[in-house]
Design a protein around this ligand. Structure first.
Ligand code: ADP
Ligand code: MG
Length: 207
């Protein structure tokens, strides 16, 4: 089974609704251990993504991801704008001219995107960042490939959710939350939460 360009575009457009709905929740999480803008940042970013895609529909998957990347870098701001922007830029790499992708291509795009986040942000697993959702999702994708693409996407979302919840007892070692030291313990990381929401929405990509 394949994921097609229209399905991907549909997913990217839906993220506007997801982050608009979760805006207050994400900003509340960020006000506990940061500056309270993460929900506003993500909602503004994906609202701009929706407009960009609607005003000039991308011709292939590479163009779709590059539009997302440039739009997020321009509009999200904060630490998370460049990080999500880099994710989509790296994920775009292999898709020039491509109208569909299979599970291997999706997994490889996710892997490259995550490597971009790691190189830019220099965080590691357990630092209480978005990587604590992304990395277990990638592992789950690799381990569940044999069960078909739908099951693999679901397993990735479930692993991201667990990783997100597992940030609660961690002390932040990167980003704004790290300034709080031990006071960052006991709160769920906002970026891990937005990454989970993205992957949860991706799990519904095939309907
Ligand atoms: P800011 O912290 O600049 O206000 P946001 O509030 O939009 O930016 O995003 C905060 C989120 O960004 C954090 O919850 C964390 O998940 C993520 N983040 C911050 N720094 C890093 C980093 N170096 N690597 C990975 N993710 C990071
Ligand atoms: Mg913030």
């Amino acid at each position: 089974m394949m994921i097609t360009l229209p399905q991907l575009i549909d997913w990217l457009k839906k993220l506007d609704g997801v982050y608009t709905e979760q805006k207050d929740f994400l900003s509340k999480l960020d006000s506990d251990i940061g500056d309270g803008d993460h929900g506003v940042n993500m909602a503004r970013g994906f609202n701009a993504v929706l407009s960009a895609i609607e005003s000039s529909p991308p011709a292939d998957i590479c163009a779709a991801f590059k539009t997302v990347s440039m739009t997020l870098i321009k509009t999200v701001g904060g630490a998370s704008g460049p990080l999500y922007g880099t994710f989509f830029l790296r994920a775009a790499a292999d898709f020039t001219g491509k109208q569909e992708l299979d599970l291997d291509a999706w997994t490889s795009a996710l892997e490259k995107g995550i490597q971009g986040i790691e190189q830019l942000g220099k965080a590691q697993k357990g630092d209480k960042t978005m990587l604590d959702a992304w990395l277990p999702a990638l592992t789950a994708l690799k381990e569940n490939g044999g069960n078909g693409i739908k099951a693999a996407l679901k397993a990735a979302a479930d692993a991201a959710e667990e990783g997100m919840k597992a940030t609660i007892p961690l002390q932040a070692r990167k980003g704004r939350a790290s300034y709080l030291g031990e006071r960052s313990i006991g709160h769920q990381d906002p970026g891990a939460t937005s990454a989970f929401l993205l992957l949860q929405s991706a799990a519904g990509i095939l309907g």
